[in-house]
Design a protein around this ligand. Structure first.
Ligand SMILES: N[C@@H](CCC(=O)N[C@@H](CS)C(=O)NCC(=O)O)C(=O)O
Length: 216
C-alpha cells in the first residue's frame, strides 16, 4: 500500500482525473488508485467518503485530502521537487497555460467531451470551437518554437503540469479530428507516443461503462 491514493473517475470520460494521474506517473510518485464510476447511483456516497467537494479527482495523503486537479498537481510538484520549469519566466508561462486550461475552453470541453479511446467522431464546427482550437494550436506552437529543441514537452525536456493539463485535449483532438498546424500536430504525436498515456488508454479500453451523455 502506498502513502498516496488517487481517486479518479472512469478513464474513458474523466478528463479531470487524467491530468493529475499523468503528472504523478511522470514525476515517479507511487500511488494507489481508486476508480469511482461516474453517473452511477453509488457515486455520490462513494465520492463523499473521499472529497468534501464531491468530485473526482481527489488525492489522499494520510488524513490529508487534496481535491481539484490543479491543487493535486501543485502538491505533486512539491512532493517531487519538479513539474514546473526551473526558470522563473518559463514557470510563469507554464502556470499561465495551465491556468488558462483549468479555467477556460468551455466550448471545446462541452462540444468535444473526452472519450479517451474513441476515434472518428464528428460534430459541427462553430466559430467558438474554431477559436478555442486555434488558441490552443497557437499556444502549443509557440512553446514548440521556444522549447522544442530541448525535448518533446511544452517546456522542453521535463514533463510538467502544462502537459498534464492539456493531455485530455490531445485525446479530444484525435477523437474529433481537429485540423492543426504542423507544430501543434507534432506535439500531439509526442503526447500520443507516451507509454504512460498508453497505460491509461489500455485501462480505458478495458472499462465496461458507456455513458450516453458523453457519446456524440
Ligand atoms: N475543477 C475540478 C473539476 C472536477 C470535476 O468536475 N470532476 C467530474 C468528473 S471529470 C466529477 O467529479 N463529476 C461528478 C459529478 O459532477 O457528480 C477539477 O479540476 O478537479
Amino acid at each position: 500500500m502506498n502513502a498516496l491514493t488517487l481517486v479518479i473517475g472512469n478513464r474513458n470520460y474523466s478528463s479531470w482525473s487524467l491530468r493529475p494521474w499523468m503528472l504523478l506517473k511522470h514525476l515517479g510518485l507511487a500511488f494507489d488508485e481508486v476508480v469511482l464510476p461516474l453517473d452511477t447511483p453509488e457515486f455520490g456516497t462513494q465520492v463523499a467518503a473521499w472529497s468534501p467537494a464531491h468530485r473526482v479527482p481527489v488525492l489522499a495523503d494520510g488524513d490529508l485530502r487534496i481535491w481539484d486537479s490543479i491543487a493535486i498537481c501543485e502538491y505533486a510538484c512539491e512532493l517531487a521537487g519538479r513539474g514546473w520549469p526551473r526558470d522563473a519566466a518559463e514557470r510563469a508561462r507554464a502556470r499561465s497555460l495551465a491556468a488558462e486550461m483549468h479555467s477556460g475552453f468551455a466550448v471545446l470541453r462541452d462540444t468535444w467531451p473526452m472519450i479517451a479511446t474513441a476515434r472518428n467522431r464528428h460534430t459541427a464546427m462553430t466559430p467558438g470551437l474554431a477559436a478555442e482550437v486555434a488558441r490552443i494550436d497557437a499556444a502549443w506552437s509557440q512553446c514548440r518554437r521556444d522549447f522544442g529543441a530541448r525535448g518533446p514537452w511544452l517546456f522542453g525536456a521535463g514533463y510538467g503540469v502544462a502537459d498534464a493539463m492539456f493531455a485530455p485535449v490531445v485525446l479530444r483532438f484525435r477523437t474529433y479530428g481537429a485540423s492543426l498546424s504542423p507544430a501543434a500536430a507534432g506535439y500531439c504525436e509526442n503526447v500520443l507516443a507516451d507509454p504512460i498515456l498508453g497505460e491509461w488508454l489500455a485501462a480505458a479500453q478495458a472499462e465496461p461503462w458507456v455513458l450516453a451523455k458523453y457519446e456524440k
